[in-house]
Design a protein around this ligand. Structure first.
Ligand SMILES: Cc1cc2nc3c(=O)[nH]c(=O)nc-3n(C[C@H](O)[C@H](O)[C@H](O)COP(=O)(O)OP(=O)(O)OC[C@H]3O[C@@H](n4cnc5c(N)ncnc54)[C@H](O)[C@@H]3O)c2cc1C
Length: 392
């Protein structure tokens, strides 16, 4: 049955078939070999009946079994045919694990609860694909990026920020010369919190390993090297990142990127993350812990400090906390070789409070006017160079 179905479909799918066969390793049977096996096994030669009077014929000499009927041959052949049929019928030939234009199915491979309302969720493309070389390193070096995940019943989608493979940064030999193309296995890990009354976040948190979700992307939300920056300020140098809840994910992406940059230009950088979370009982993201372990500026070229604030301990990020962070990093000291950035990332009310409301123009979200706590701090600065503020 299996070979027939392949042979029937073969004339109608010339390109797919040739692509598949050309990709097969040399030890796998190509399709025309399969065809010849089928034809050989259907050849039938009728034998003449023996007369009852004639002496019994001498026993036939032992015959060698045709090579294609030996278990040694048939078992692997059946396996290969099954493999090819399975590959044919289930795997479209897709060169990219994700793309920005259409949703592709991803299987949830693991979920790690961090609190009753938040989890780390890892997704893998349902259909195997080998993206072009540097596919992931290009995405990771371009800017902060997110993917869109669809809620199928309601046909709505929301953005989620994949966390980088920080463990591969650590496994390098300390000067960052380790694995450069992260996410080599095409996995996407996201930190998701279920929002009360939300549509997509509770749906995602209710998914189990093995379930399939639809993913599209990447969407670049912030370019690391904006085209309009002046010479000498193309690269980010020091960062104060004010994060609320899952808004910390872009801070992790950015820090991993800056770590890679040091390996290329040797310029030391510092990152201070002020991380406000709802509850002290929520487990700390392993990616943050790993980046903190990097924090040896002499060896890794990047110093990462994370200060935690918890709503249920009545500790909130205050104006003096931000002022101290900006002063501690000597931001805006105008020494060139990069620009200093304050980023504010989190729910809408959080961003409004610390940096003012975002705006809208021609149907597109804009940065709006700088305001909030950060706006006050920067307005009152008497001296010092420019500090860029970005609301995420
Ligand atoms: C670029 C980008 C990246 C994002 N990355 C992540 C991520 O990595 N992880 C993640 O969990 N979320 C992330 N979000 C938020 C996410 O896209 C959804 O908005 C969130 O999951 C809620 O969706 P929902 O459909 O469940 O709720 P909705 O139906 O959209 O919202 C329900 C209510 O909750 C409010 N609300 C929405 N988000 C929050 C929030 N974070 N905190 C408090 N109230 C909120 C809404 O204003 C609304 O009143 C990101 C958003 C953007 C724009």
């Amino acid at each position: 049955m299996l070979p027939r179905s392949i042979l029937r479909t073969r004339p109608h799918l010339p390109q797919r078939c040739s692509a598949l066969t050309s990709n097969l390793p040399a030890n796998r049977a190509p399709l025309n070999h399969i065809q010849s096996i089928r034809l050989a096994t259907t050849k039938f030669k009728p034998r003449s009946r023996p007369s009852p009077l004639s002496p019994p014929p001498p026993p036939p000499p032992p015959r060698a079994r045709p090579f294609y009927t030996t278990p040694f041959f048939t078992i692997p052949t059946a396996f290969i045919l099954g493999y090819i049929t399975y590959t044919y019928t289930t795997t479209p030939t897709i060169p990219y694990p994700i793309n920005p234009y259409s949703f592709t199915p991803h299987v949830i491979t693991s979920t790690t609860p961090l609190s009753p309302t938040s989890s780390l969720i890892t997704l893998s493309p349902k259909h195997h694909s080998t993206p072009p070389p540097s596919f992931w390193s290009i995405i990771n070096s371009e800017g902060l990026w997110s993917v869109q995940i669809k809620q199928p019943q309601l046909q709505i989608q929301r953005e989620y920020t994949p966390l980088p493979e920080t463990s591969s940064l650590l496994s390098s030999n300390g000067n960052g010369s380790g694995k450069r193309d992260r996410n080599l296995d095409n996995k996407i890990t996201i930190f998701v919190r279920a929002v009360d009354g939300g549509e997509v976040s509770p749906y995602l948190l209710s998914r189990k390993p093995g379930d399939v979700v639809e993913v599209r992307g990447p969407v670049i939300t912030y370019t690391f090297k904006p085209e309009e920056t002046v010479k000498g300020e193309e690269d980010i140098r020091n960062v104060v990142f004010i994060a609320g809840g899952t808004g910390v994910s872009p801070a992790i992406q950015l820090t991993a990127h800056l770590f890679s940059r040091y390996t290329e230009d040797g310029i030391k950088r510092r990152v201070k993350i002020l991380f406000a979370s709802r509850t002290a009982s929520e487990k700390v993201l392993p990616q943050i812990q790993e980046l903190q372990k990097l924090g040896d500026i002499e060896r890794a070229g990047i110093k990462v400090d994370v200060e935690y604030f918890y709503d249920d301990k009545d500790s909130f990020i205050t104006k003096p906390d931000i002022e101290a962070a900006v002063a501690g990093l000597e931001m805006g000291s105008g020494r060139g070789s990069g620009r200093d950035v304050i980023m504010v990332s989190g729910p809408e009310g959080f961003v409004n409070h610390y940096a003012g409301k975002k705006g809208w123009k021609d149907g597109l979200e804009t940065q709006g006017v700088l305001g909030g706590v950060v706006g006050e701090i920067l307005k009152s600065r008497k001296q010092g160079g420019k500090i860029e503020v970005m609301k995420l």
